[in-house]
Design a protein around this ligand. Structure first.
Ligand SMILES: CC(C)(COP(=O)(O)OP(=O)(O)OC[C@H]1O[C@@H](n2cnc3c(N)ncnc32)[C@H](O)[C@@H]1OP(=O)(O)O)[C@@H](O)C(=O)NCCC(=O)NCCS
Length: 157
């Protein structure tokens, strides 16, 4: 499987495509406490699961992209970003940014022209930092809590 690497302050971040199951431990730990780590559509043909490693070590970041209409922008070519998490021990080192950047490139290569997400309130600053825009007021998604709708148009210029 093709891997993409980035030199980080802490070492080399490698992003690769993985099976959904490889993302479950980090999802369970950081996103889905008390809920099954599986999400609808994990095994859909176009679901793209990415994992980050630093210096080839164990997985420290995960994310999923899959084609899904954007609730706030009608039209085709929209993909949803879900299941985004990094290990607390590596936060701020660039693994989250590298995961999303690689995902956006792969989505664009598959013809996608927009990526959207339900951004948890605490993560809105992260998505803004990497180029997403806020497009909604705050809304509640149970059981997690407040979110904002965010999106980014592709390709990134
Ligand atoms: C949100 C999350 C994925 C960010 O991952 P990360 O590995 O820390 O991200 P990066 O190190 O690549 O950060 C990229 C940039 O965003 C900034 N950033 C990261 N998290 C941020 C936040 N919550 N608010 C504001 N800025 C943030 C970083 O400082 C970095 O800035 P820089 O460009 O100046 O270096 C991670 O904190 C996480 O897993 N949180 C818990 C789960 C979660 O909320 N997931 C999102 C669900 S919608």
């Amino acid at each position: 499987m093709e891997r993409v690497s980035t030199e980080a302050r802490s070492g080399t971040i490698t992003i690769e495509q993985v099976d959904a199951a490889a993302t479950f431990p980090l999802r369970a730990q950081e996103l889905r406490q008390g809920r099954p780590p599986e999400m609808d559509g994990d095994d859909a043909p176009y679901a793209l699961h990415l994992a980050a490693r630093i210096d080839g070590d164990s997985i420290v970041g995960v994310v999923r992209f899959h084609p899904r209409d954007c609730p706030w922008r009608p039209g085709e070519g929209s993909w949803q970003l879900r299941g985004m998490a990094t290990d607390p021990r590596v936060r701020g080192l660039g693994a989250g940014r590298a995961l999303v950047a690689e995902g956006l490139a792969r989505v664009a290569a598959r013809g996608g022209d927009l990526v959207w997400c339900d951004a948890r309130k605490d993560a809105v600053g992260f998505y803004q930092r990497i180029g997403f825009s806020i497009v909604t007021e705050e809304y509640d998604l149970r059981p997690v809590g407040p979110h904002r709708g965010m999106l980014i148009e592709l390709p990134i210029r």
